[in-house]
Design a protein around this ligand. Sequence first.
Ligand code: ZZB
Length: 260
Amino acid sequence: QEYTGIKLQVIEWSKEAQNVLGSIEELKDKHIYFIAATLRPETMYGQTNCFVGTGLTYGLYKINETDVFLCTYRAARNMAFQGFSSERGVVHQLAEIKGTALIGTKVKAPLSVYERVYILPMENVLATKGTGVVTSVPSDSPDDYTALQDLKKKPDYYKIDPSWAAFDPVPIIDTPAYGNLAAPTVCQQKKINSQKDRVQLAEAKEIVYKEGFYNGIMLVGDYKGKQVQEAKPLVKNLLVSTGQGFVYNEPEGLVMSRSG
Ligand code: ZZB
């Protein structure tokens, strides 16, 4: 599985993260990035937030003299075999932190129309997939749309400040069947009410993915007017060539056997 790793730079830590990480000397003056794994680089214009799993633990890993990546240990280890560490296969962990402590951290999401977005909680983040960090595009991902709606409806329950979730989905891809906000449209049609509606969400994801990929037209950004299929590798190259992203492979068989 080939992912694009997206680098979301930390602008300001949440209070809790500041407490855990603030005194760590090796993190001072470093560029620290949440690393999200995506299969849809062309949708990055519509990022409204970034999700972490509340039950997951993350590490901060030294990549080189200036950069630190935040992701699961599993992902850091895979990356260490793909050139993201000074010594092949060796991870250099600087700190560890729980997903819940990261919520409310302010980051810069590459290409997003929003200047700054927040780290927010999602219930269904898989520890065994990607980096455990999931950047959120509610316009074109039913999972993201539903999780963000849940947060907007119940900020107290999810222990977030409402302002962190106060970002509207951005029309970034036009589709003949579901218009320019395909995920919200399909979620409404299927009457999906919460991120706990797993079965319907899986169906919605399949539908939205196919329609966007095969019939979608870019409405924004550097490849506005182009078909999604055509824009996808171009946006990926743009992210990589500007240092805002990188190509990351997940050895699927290996992942399955390790995660058990
Ligand atoms: C941005 C994005 C925009 C995504 C979109 C999807 C969509 P798949 O096909 O099942 O492999 N993802 C990545 N890592 C995780 C994780 N650890 N736990 C849960 N979800 C994760 O799904 C790949 C997608 O799953 C990735 O691409 C990522 O979300 C999410 F408009 O990144 B995507 C219709 C889907 N649209």
